[in-house]
Design a protein around this ligand. Structure first.
Ligand code: PMP
Ligand code: GLU
Length: 397
């Protein structure tokens, strides 16, 4: 047996990636699996982005880049933050990374000392929990239920903050619930943070462009907390560029410098061609993403409508991202005569084996009564998937 470190043995495999792997394995064995586990747009990267990448290859952008990203890209990100979010940042405050994932872990590693508390708004994106573990922080969860559209209240936040709290982290639009905090709700949270100047706010805005509720709101807009907000964003979701691996953060200069130092010892600047392509993405008029947004809205409406016919599936109305997160606890304890379904993980395995639909159990996201259903696929596949789920679930009694 190889003597691996405690650090890695204590870490869990990402459950979204694990379900995607299982579904690929079953597909390779010839099963007709509909994979709704992985959250990634099924659209192709826009042509104007691909053209910029091809040009970058021809123009020999093949050398190491500055650790924090090309200056032109960081300038383009600053322009975007001003244009879309009315936020002023200088290029020195931007760090471009290998996906938003790296921007998140960079921030946690640069801010959190062992034992300091990181408050995570639950349901949360799967990797937050293990990233906090890697940073040796103590995760503290604030759980928001479906009755509050899975959004935490200022009173919950106030009650969770202690002198040991270092960071609060959340996503809006939220993965996995699709919930979107309104400006007023963010203001109410900012008012709580105003009273606790030792807390940093990690605001994951990767689903900014997949928001059906109107314009995107960032908690960084509030002057009272502005200096302590770290905005995480990227091009994976809004520009259908998951495989290109470009994300970024915008933060106080000291945090940006720290993240650059860390990244310089770890990965260096991310892929040069992908960075050039990202300039074209963030420079483009956001209206370019509207077509994809409309498709996602159509699919959300379709899925919610179809799910109404599944008894015991309780859903909120997601206002962003591309997930539905139904509460499925009414199926726990039921059996089809062969398999007993005790919890969300067993229900997901049952649905994978019986209906060949891959979903992710809610435990991964901090709500064990739910399962996550990604609707980032075609209407035909969504109709087929929900019909298979309905049939398999009807056999449980
Ligand atoms: N944050 C959230 C909420 C996500 O859903 C994802 C999904 N990948 C990420 C961060 C990471 O994105 P990236 O592909 O840019 O690493
Ligand atoms: N963020 C996506 C998801 O939640 C991609 C998978 C991952 O990076 O974990 O499914």
């Amino acid at each position: 047996m190889i003597a691996l470190s405690n650090r890695i043995t204590q870490l869990s495999e990402s459950e979204t990636l694990a379900m995607a792997r299982k579904s690929r394995e079953l597909k390779a064995q010839g099963f007709d699996v509909i994979n709704l586990s992985l959250g990634e747009p099924d659209f192709f990267t826009p042509d104007y982005v691909k053209t910029a990448a091809k040009k970058a290859i021809d123009e020999n952008f093949s050398f190491y880049t500055p650790v924090n990203g090309y200056l032109e890209l960081r300038q383009a990100i600053c322009k975007k933050l001003k244009r879309d979010n009315k936020l002023e940042f200088s290029p020195e405050q931007i760090v471009v990374s290998t996906g938003a994932k790296q921007a998140l872990i960079n921030t946690l590693l640069c801010l959190v000392n062992p034992g300091e508390e990181v408050i995570i708004a639950a349901p949360y994106w799967v990797s937050y929990r293990d990233m906090v573990k890697l940073a040796e922080g103590e995760a503290v969860y604030i759980t928001a239920g479906i009755e509050n559209d899975f959004k935490i209240t200022p009173a919950q936040l106030e009650a969770a903050i202690t002198p040991k709290t270092k960071v609060f982290m959340f996503s809006s639009p939220c993965n996995p619930t699709g919930s979107v905090y309104t400006r007023e709700e963010l203001k109410a949270l900012a008012d709580v943070f105003e009273k606790h100047p030792h807390v940093y706010i990690l605001s994951d805005e990767i689903y900014e462009h997949i928001n059906f509720s109107g314009s995107h709101e960032s908690i960084a807009q509030f002057e009272s907390v502005r200096e302590r907000v770290i905005i995480i964003n990227g091009v994976s979701k809004g520009f259908a560029m998951t495989g290109w691996r470009v994300g970024y953060l915008a933060a106080h200069l000291d945090i940006a410098k720290a993240c650059t130092k860390l990244q310089g010892q770890f990965t260096s600047g991310t892929n040069s061609i992908a960075q050039r392509a990202t300039i074209a993405a963030v420079d483009a008029d956001p209206a370019n993403t509207f077509e994809m947004l409309e498709k996602f809205r159509e699919r959300r409406d379709l899925v919610l409508d179809l799910m109404k016919d599944i008894p015991g599936f309780i859903t909120n109305k997601p206002e962003g991202a591309f997930y539905v997160f139904p509460n499925v606890k009414s199926y726990f304890g039921k059996s089809d005569g062969q398999t007993r379904v005790g919890n969300a993980a067993e229900l997901c395995m049952y649905l994978l084996n019986k209906a060949q639909v891959a979903l992710v159990p809610g435990d991964a996201f901090g709500d064990p009564e739910c399962i996550r259903f990604s609707y980032a696929t075609s209407n035909d596949l969504l109709i087929e998937a929900v019909s298979r789920l309905k049939k398999a679930l009807a056999e449980l009694e």
